[in-house]
Write a protein that binds this ligand. Sequence first.
Ligand code: SAM
Length: 247
Amino acid sequence: MTFRACVLTLFPEMFPGPLGSSIPGRALKAGLWELEALDIRDFATDRHRTVDDTPFGGGAGMVLRPDVVDAAIEAGWPKTGPLVYLTPRGRVLDQELVREFAAQPSLTILCGRYEGVDERVLEAREVTEVSLGDFVLSGGEPAALALLDAVVRLLPGALGATDSLDEESFENGLLEYPHYTRPAVWQGRSVPEVLLSGHHQKVSEWRKARAEAITQTRRPDLWARYTARRAEFTNTAVGGPNGECGQ
Ligand code: SAM
């Protein structure tokens, strides 16, 4: 089944943009997913095609009008999958959420501009709010491109070798181990011996140890989750704290 992405934006010309190249571009051409970018301005009702207005209560900037945004949502959202609003106050995007989106038949993404979207339309439509990270972009479009890139590469058939996903960062709760290729010695730096040994189990153990060490030093938050899950798994496997081996 073809995954359907719809982006609601004031800048439809930004799409497919980088999504037309490389992995997402090939997947688009192969029909694994389809992309529609709807211009929110097409849903304005006055002759000036106004989409925004000043904020009630005063303050800087402009706010996207609820009536215009809602009409765009009605036209673009197939309701077979989530409606996402990209905003710095949303849940920060991670691989778990990417996987959830990739398992849906469709994803509709609302891109804000200016100060954002009138709150009432977000309440009325029960949107899922998603952030790309703790920084402020000029608009939701770069976040939509990043989100769709991450989702599309998980669609079945999008990547050439399926096992290239298995050991990627976050897939097993860890950051990835380091990679090396030819030449075996470069500027006096040698590739770790074990990688030249041809001993698959030792290579695999070395990679796991490096992935764990990198995660532990760089991302204590991920490491804490990983070790908690590992402890839970071990407890379950041996009967758990209340099981026969945990008495
Ligand atoms: N006034 C907003 C605030 O302080 O949170 C920022 C508005 S920003 C200039 C315009 C739009 O860019 C937002 O409505 C949102 O759609 C998008 N945007 C900005 N930063 C983002 C982020 N970190 N993640 C996702 N979308 C973002």
